[in-house]
Design a protein around this ligand. Structure first.
Ligand SMILES: Cc1cc2nc3c(=O)[nH]c(=O)nc-3n(C[C@H](O)[C@H](O)[C@H](O)COP(=O)(O)OP(=O)(O)OC[C@H]3O[C@@H](n4cnc5c(N)ncnc54)[C@H](O)[C@@H]3O)c2cc1C
Ligand SMILES: NC(=O)c1ccc[n+]([C@@H]2O[C@H](COP(=O)([O-])OP(=O)(O)OC[C@H]3O[C@@H](n4cnc5c(N)ncnc54)[C@H](O)[C@@H]3O)[C@@H](O)[C@H]2O)c1
Length: 516
């Protein structure tokens, strides 16, 4: 298989557009105190217009926008350029899940089902996954950074007062980077594992092991009922593990419309996953025979591996936040232009997972684009546009977050759930439609099971949220995002004619149901 260019995943194409100025290693024109472009004097040492800490998808995009705006950028990374998403999250997990969906799709169509005569080939799936994780090497992304004119500084970055970042370099040395204009923190998150008795010595799996494991465990226990738990239970079950999910809540995927978790739990159960609600582990022990013993509320469970899919914590414990008056270890709160609250002035930004606005790659990249533009605008003294949906604010984080859960069946959502809309004080109505009743769905899969909901703001007659669950709905999410973010009036959506016979015809059915 041809090597995957993971750069394509994170980098906007115009980042390396022909004719774009390329100033490798920070030697780009920059803006002096007088607001005029100047050139870094080599005697300045490590002075850049902007220092970005963390080269995940968010940091890469933010750095690129800043550089495209005419500023010099140093980007600090202590592990792999490309971040969690490329090596231990989105890419490898979706590479594990795509074969599951392909086989499930075929099995749901008479005629095609007969062609599926065996189980998923775990070895081939894991090998393809390794390619999508670029074999955990970041050469391709480093090459992109270089071409894009961004100066990569390898090492662990820490704030050291205003506009200073001290980098502990891999050779044990220190490098001080000074930012003329801004420092942007894009350090993301790490898996949060509850501090249960035995957990630190039991070699438990987190999302990292679940996305990079080379062997299929015979028995896998999964703790949690969120997105990581659902996706990884789906993948490893299909690869051959006997999977037990311990879900402390009474449903899966609690951040989505309730019917999503219900349908996904049904399918997981049918695939052989033992989904136990209202249950969690109170202690963990790795025994001498290599198995893991979980103590439960009433009883115990033995497995070969246990995955803690119990959420994330921000990578801010060792980031020097205390040197600028902030508390280390917590989420970093920002305003809608990305400026960190409480650090004084407009020099410190935080984007992506660590500001806790929306823990998703595409939302982090969106913030990177917006906040990167803000940094460049402020540096050049340009007016910001901070009206909602303006150029300088990440409004979609608040009103139009999109997400696809690559479960079987898929779940896709844009904007708010009914409950979220109500809690914001909106006067709303939920419009529901059985996706199985759509001609395109019936063709897509025999006995198609799925559901759709649009949440209509009754005062403005626009959609504030749309959710789909069912086979093949992932690609519908952008239609929902367009309707929600663009606030297309229902009266105009009526003229957006879906093609027959596609699953997308559910849009028409939702509008007909709303209009009665
Ligand atoms: C299993 C799993 C699957 C996922 N699947 C999806 C998906 O399908 N779609 C989706 O949109 N989202 C998905 N996510 C979420 C997604 O991975 C994150 O939202 C995304 O990675 C956040 O990007 P980021 O750049 O903010 O942080 P990260 O990707 O975490 O990158 C932060 C970078 O900063 C570096 N760093 C941290 N501290 C320092 C420091 N002090 N000095 C130097 N470098 C530092 C890190 O090494 C890392 O490279 C998934 C998450 C998990 C766990
Ligand atoms: N396809 C995607 O877009 C995708 C895929 C994976 C992850 N992500 C993102 O990554 C983030 C992290 O996902 P996640 O699933 O780790 O977190 P999550 O917050 O979605 O789910 C955490 C789960 O763990 C449970 N939990 C937490 N503490 C627990 C404890 N002490 N004992 C038992 N259960 C406990 C919670 O009740 C919940 O069910 C999410 O915000 C998600 O959006 C996105």
């Amino acid at each position: 298989m041809e090597a995957v260019d993971v750069n394509v995943v994170h980098a906007a194409e115009d980042m390396v557009a022909e004719g774009a100025p390329i100033f490798p290693h920070g030697a780009s024109p920059s803006i002096g105190d007088d607001g005029q472009a100047d050139t870094i004097d080599p005697a300045d040492g490590d002075v850049f217009d902007v220092v970005v800490v963390g080269a995940g998808p968010t940091g890469e995009n933010l750095a690129d926008r800043v550089h495209a705006g005419g500023l010099s950028v140093a980007i600090v990374e202590h592990e792999l350029v490309g971040g969690e998403c490329s090596y231990w999250a989105c890419m490898p997990s979706k590479a594990l899940l795509r074969p599951v969906a392909a086989v499930a799709d075929a099995r749901r169509v008479a005629g095609a089902a007969q062609a599926v005569t065996g189980a998923v080939d775990a070895g081939a799936v894991l090998a393809r996954r390794d390619e999508f994780a670029a074999n955990w090497k970041d050469d391709g992304q480093v090459e992109w950074l270089d071409k894009a004119g961004l100066c990569l500084v390898r090492g662990h970055g820490r704030l050291d007062g205003e506009r200073r970042v001290v980098v502990r370099t891999p050779d044990g040395g220190e490098r001080v980077l000074t930012a003329r204009h801004a420092v942007a923190l894009c350090t993301g998150t790490q898996a949060a594992v509850p501090d249960l008795p035995g957990v630190s010595s039991a070699k438990v799996w987190t999302s990292r092991e679940a996305t990079s494991a080379k062997q299929v465990p015979g028995r896998l226990a999964v703790i949690g009922g969120g997105v990581v738990a659902v996706e990884m239970a789906t993948a490893w079950r299909a690869l051959g593990s006997a999977v037990t999910m311990l879900v402390r809540d009474d449903r899966l995927l609690t951040g989505m419309e309730p019917f999503v978790g219900e349908i996904v739990a049904e399918t997981l159960g049918e695939s052989g996953v033992d989904v136990r609600f209202g249950e969690s582990a109170t202690a963990v022990e790795r025994r001498a025979d290599g198995t893991v013993e979980l103590t439960l509320g009433g009883g115990s469970l033995t497995a070969d591996e246990v995955l803690f899919a119990t959420g994330r914590r921000p990578a801010t414990a060792d980031l020097g936040l205390e040197t600028v008056g902030l508390k280390p270890g917590g989420w970093v709160e920002v305003d809608d232009t990305g400026v960190v609250r409480g650090a004084g002035g407009t020099w410190l930004y935080a984007a992506g997972d660590l500001n806790h606005r929306a823990l998703l790659t595409h939302q982090g990249k969106y913030q990177g684009r917006i906040f990167g533009g803000v940094i460049a605008d402020r540096a050049f003294g340009r007016q910001l546009d901070t009206e909602p949906w303006g150029r300088s604010v990440a409004t979609a984080d608040l009103h139009a977050v999109t997400q696809v859960v690559f479960s079987d069946p898929e779940a896709a959502a844009a904007g708010l759930t009914l409950e979220q809309a109500r809690s914001k004080g909106l006067r709303v109505r939920a419009v529901d439609y059985d996706l199985g009743q759509v001609a395109g769905s019936a063709l897509y899969a025999d006995g198609y099971r799925g559901q759709a909901r649009a949440v209509v703001d009754l005062d403005r007659e626009v959609l504030v949220g749309v959710t789909f669950v069912g086979p093949g709905v992932a690609e519908l999410v952008h239609s929902a995002a367009m309707a929600v973010a663009a606030q297309v009036p229902v009266s105009r959506l009526w003229h957006v004619v879906p093609a027959y016979p596609t699953i997308g015809e559910v849009w028409l059915r939702l509008l007909e149901t709303y209009r009665g």
